[in-house]
Design a protein around this ligand. Structure first.
Ligand code: GDP
Ligand code: IMO
Ligand code: MG
Length: 417
């Protein structure tokens, strides 16, 4: 018997609807594991009249039988996590945190915001949560890990040393050195709440796979925000693509089974950076209104535009996607014409791949006839003919089957083909 984990990754610039699909798939999985990112993520799950916005807690939390794991690849803010936990009954026994996850503390977000201010009009448009500085400390080998909460006194000393080392630059940024007693009592509080959950999660995931349990790996952000393969420097600081699931949990490539890539039927991005198929006119505005395109984490309006088949082929290949889940098809209801970016023009040449710098690329579109009502459809046959044709054409353009189609935020309004 093959013992592999199923993987879910975002294929665009994040907010594709991963939360809905992870929640859907979590109903048939025993484990749900986050492998990258931090509380910059905002995964929305709608169940009946309740809406949950999850940032660090894996989206399997709404399946009472699933065990949830936060892997070593995550940057972990104890204060935000503790706040998020309060929405749920006792999670002991069904939530585990990697002792190797990097700690993200309040000074990381202050550094993040100070750097963004200093960049002025070159700002990345980060979530301001401290993600870049926390990952930066990790790779510079000056970070602190969740396991260090076992000894708050020692950790306090280490953090104060870190401030001493960085005092010149922190002074310029206006980041104050924490008061020793306050820092210690903050860390003691984190220890008291979190200690029962902190463990070696790699061993847990290995055991689950060895025992033939069904394991689901939940990606955060999206392929075009990947630190290596996205629109650098307008990216996040983690490996968001499927390779990140291995390093972020302690798996090997052969542990990865089916990869489902999540994409909207159109496209959005929050923050700055190139977005060739962005629509700055009425259509973009209409997509924002109909799709409620405002950030789950920061509330910022999302930039909106059309499905980019070129970026999608890139994402399908990098992640090894076997099937795409096409989300928010209903948001296109009522458009007379729907555009799809099929190639880019760069310096007068037509290209069909993602170039070094997307900033120089303009979208070349193919136009499809619109349709009226796909909202709530639960079978492919129920969809309007033009919507069916749109999906069949996208499949050809992206070299990948579209096995799941979502037609509303609700769990049940999901077509499995
Ligand atoms: P994630 O970060 O990838 O999990 O996505 P977000 O939760 O940030 O954003 C997706 C938004 O779209 C959420 O508000 C979802 O409730 C909503 N959503 C998901 N699928 C659908 C769908 O098929 N139709 C509509 N109208 N909304 C959807
Ligand atoms: P989910 O998991 C959309 C974007 C930010 C910014 C860039 C860098 O909900 O899909 P960061 O704070 O990570 O340093 O910001 O990345 N970004 C996201 N955009 N969805 C997300 O997560 C995002 N996480 C980060 O807007 O452009
Ligand atoms: Mg989101």
């Amino acid at each position: 018997m093959k013992r592999q984990a199923n993987l879910i990754v975002g294929l665009q610039w994040g907010d594709e609807g991963k939360g809905k699909i992870v929640d859907h798939m979590a109903q048939t999985h025993d484990y749900v594991c986050r492998f990258a990112g931090g509380h910059n993520a905002g995964h929305t799950i709608v169940v009946g009249d309740k809406t949950y916005a999850l940032h660090l807690i894996p989206s399997g939390v709404l399946n009472p039988k699933a065990i949830n794991i936060v892997g070593n690849g995550v940057v972990f803010s104890p204060s935000d996590f503790i706040k998020e936990m309060e929405q749920f009954d006792n999670l002991e026994g069904r939530l585990y945190l990697s002792d190797k996850a990097q700690l993200l503390l309040s000074y990381h977000s202050k550094i993040d915001q100070a750097r963004e201010r200093m960049k002025g009009d070159k700002a990345i448009g980060t979530t301001g949560k401290g993600i870049g500085p926390a990952y930066g400390d990790k790779v510079a080998r000056v970070g602190h890990r969740l396991g260090e909460l076992h000894n708050p006194q020692k950790l306090t000393k280490k953090i104060l040393e870190y401030f001493k080392m960085n005092s010149a630059i922190f002074d310029v940024m206006g980041v104050d050195t924490p008061n020793e007693d306050e820092l210690l009592s903050e860390l003691i509080e984190y220890k008291e709440v979190l200690e029962p959950y902190i463990t070696d999660t790699t061993l847990l995931v290995w055991k689950a796979l060895d025992e033939g349990k069904k394991v689901l790996l939940e990606g955060a952000q999206g392929t075009m925000l990947d630190i290596d393969h996205g629109t650098y420097p307008y990216v996040t600081s983690s490996t968001t693509v499927s390779a990140g699931a291995c390093s972020g949990l302690g798996l090997n490539p052969k542990d990865i089974g089916a990869v489902t890539g999540i994409a909207k039927a159109y496209c959005t991005r929050v923050g700055n950076g190139p977005f060739p198929s962005e629509d700055l006119g009425e259509d973009g505005e209409r997509l924002r209104k109909s799709g409620h395109e405002y950030g789950t984490t920061t509330g910022r309006p999302r930039r909106c535009g059309w499905f980019d088949a070129v970026a999608m082929r890139h994402a399908v290949r990098i992640n090894g996607v076997e099937q795409v889940a096409l989300m928010k098809l209903d948001v296109l209801d009522g458009f007379k014409e729907i555009k799809v970016c099929v190639a880019y023009e760069v310096e007068g040449n037509r290209i069909d791949y993602v170039p070094y710098d997307l900033e120089d690329a303009t979208a070349i579109y193919e136009i499809f006839d619109g349709w009226e009502n796909s909202c709530g459809a639960r079978s492919f046959e129920e969809l309007p003919k033009n919507a069916q044709e749109y999906i069949l054409s996208l499949e050809k353009m992206i070299n990948c089957p579209i096995g799941i189609i979502s037609t509303s935020p609700e769990r049940e309004d999901t077509i499995i083909r």
